[in-house]
Design a protein around this ligand. Structure first.
Ligand code: TXE
Length: 454
């Protein structure tokens, strides 16, 4: 498998892909390793993951450079991801013991009823490239802490980061058969789903998520899917247009729009429309575009060449149907996978840019005349990951957001994830959740105990 650098399209290196037989052998090793790892006292499992956090922090400059080379994410944003990792890992470490505690729930007239929590077993973690440290650790850190073994398949676009993760976990004391990287693309992922695993945690596209869910259903194994979104934001009539414009530009263009919770479509009340657009455009025009290895760069190349075609088609479709192109509009004439930051307004819901995930530096904006209209449009989607409202009034934002069918709600903020809060998508955005205390217990199975002393 050849890995190409998105900044210039040149081959970075080549890696051997795991064949189905190798995947099966790795799964068998993980099965043996899991039993031993689960028997390690929690304090030692925690110590290993705490060492992993320290090693990542120590090596963050080098790890950020690796991530930037293989995905094109600007170096400052790769570093941002690595710097924020410590807090996330601390959350998991702090809440691990409580998740494993045995609960006595009732004394039923001499019969004690208790619940204990056991690991799922061997967890397949099929991961994505856009935030490989975040979306990876959201799964494999709590999985390992709870006593599971993990078969980790990094995305083929972030395989070097995947291998670096494995090396650091092993160095930190996680046994080589408790965390095993599986290298390859879709075929390898499909083979992993046929191997002897007890659960699959997937991050990626809706289309692949459906295949993963179907494979898991045939085996009756646990499945969790973290898919994309078409995340709406609404700037209400009482929002501060300059602030909202700048904040939503960042939400739409950070990581070149390649975040599951990137702002994907914007509705702006007519009363503040012109001022909002001016602020939005000024912010986007101010973003430094260039070599992702340069710390001053905000916009780099896309991670995947295929997405250039998707974005070009969305822009063409929108313009044909009457959208106004305010900025950008197409591929940049340079080697690598570059697309100009693109802003379209006068959009409507007949356009794919307002309905299908863009996952790139393209945003559609639409004028609305009431909160009611904004709610209707925000809900006019198959996705349900996040939604944002900009308004001076918390009550107004709460009223609107409680009517939007999404897993996360943002008031005067966007494109944000917290380890303390559940990360979940509704409908086409996913199944199950990661993060929060529930994102730790997701890696456990309860056992019901009926205990009658006699
Ligand atoms: O995703 P895929 P890709 C969205 C986003 C993006 C698009 C495509 O719109 O443009 O998906 O990205 C593995 N069985 N998101 O191609 O194909 C694959 O090797 C088992 C949103 O990266 O879903 C990789 O490890 N596994 C998302 C993982 O699945 C298979 C983040 C994801 O690949 C497989 C990433 C198969 N049949 C993309 N086929 C988010 N939630 O933020 C592929 N894979």
């Amino acid at each position: 498998m050849k890995l190409r650098g998105p900044a210039d399209g040149r081959v970075l290196t080549a890696l051997d892909e795991d064949s189905p037989a190798e995947v099966r052998a790795k799964a068998a090793a993980a099965r043996r390793g899991q039993a031993r790892w689960a028997a390690v006292p929690l304090a030692r499992r925690k110590a290993a993951l705490a060492r992993f956090a320290a090693l990542v922090a120590e090596d963050r400059e080098l790890l950020a450079a690796v991530l930037t080379r293989e995905t094109g994410k600007p170096l400052s944003q790769s570093l941002g991801e690595l710097n924020a990792l410590g807090g996330r890992l601390r959350f998991f470490l702090d809440h691990a013991a409580a998740a494993l505690r045995i609960e006595r729930v009732r004394d039923a007239g001499g019969t004690f009823e208790e619940i204990s929590h056991e690991p799922l077993g061997v967890v397949a973690n099929i991961s994505a490239w856009n935030y490989p440290w975040f979306v990876g650790t959201n799964v494999f850190v709590p999985a390992l802490l709870m006593g599971n073994a993990v078969l980790y398949k990094p995305s083929e676009h972030a395989a070097l980061t995947g291998l670096a993760i494995a090396l650091l976990l092993w160095k930190a004391g996680v046994p080589r058969d408790a965390f095993i990287p599986v290298i390859g693309a879709g075929k390898t992922g499909a083979a992993l789903l046929e191997a002897d695993v007890d659960a699959v945690f997937f991050t990626g596209s809706h289309a692949t998520g459906l295949r993963v869910a179907a494979a898991a259903a045939r085996r009756l194994i646990k499945v969790q899917l973290e898919l994309g979104g078409k995340d709406p934001a609404y700037a209400a009539a009482d929002a501060a247009p300059a602030k909202a414009g700048a904040a939503l530009a960042e939400g739409a263009f950070y990581n070149n729009g390649q975040s599951c919770c990137a702002v994907e479509r914007i509705y702006v009340h007519a009363r503040i429309y012109d001022r909002f657009i001016a602020a939005f455009l000024a912010a986007v025009k101010g973003y430094a575009l260039g070599d992702p290895m340069d710390k001053g760069t905000f916009l780099g190349p896309l991670a995947r060449e295929e997405q250039l075609t998707v974005l070009a088609a969305q822009v063409k479709d929108a313009r044909r149907k009457g959208a106004r192109l305010l900025l950008g509009g197409g591929r940049l004439a340079r080697p690598g996978y570059w697309f100009a930051p693109t802003v379209l307004d006068r959009c409507d819901h007949s356009m794919s840019v307002m309905r299908e995930e863009s996952f790139g530096p393209v945003i559609g904006i639409m004028k609305v005349s009431s909160d009611e209209e904004a709610v209707r449009l925000m809900n006019d989607t198959e996705y349900g990951l996040t939604a944002a409202v900009y308004s001076k009034s918390r009550e107004r934002a709460r009223r609107i957001l409680s009517r939007v069918d999404s897993g996360s709600a943002y008031w005067n903020c966007c494109d944000r994830v917290s380890p303390y809060l559940p990360w979940s998508g509704r409908r086409h955005s996913g199944l199950g959740l990661t993060l929060s205390k529930a994102g730790i217990t997701a890696f456990l199975r309860p056992k019901a105990w009926h205990l009658r002393p006699g």
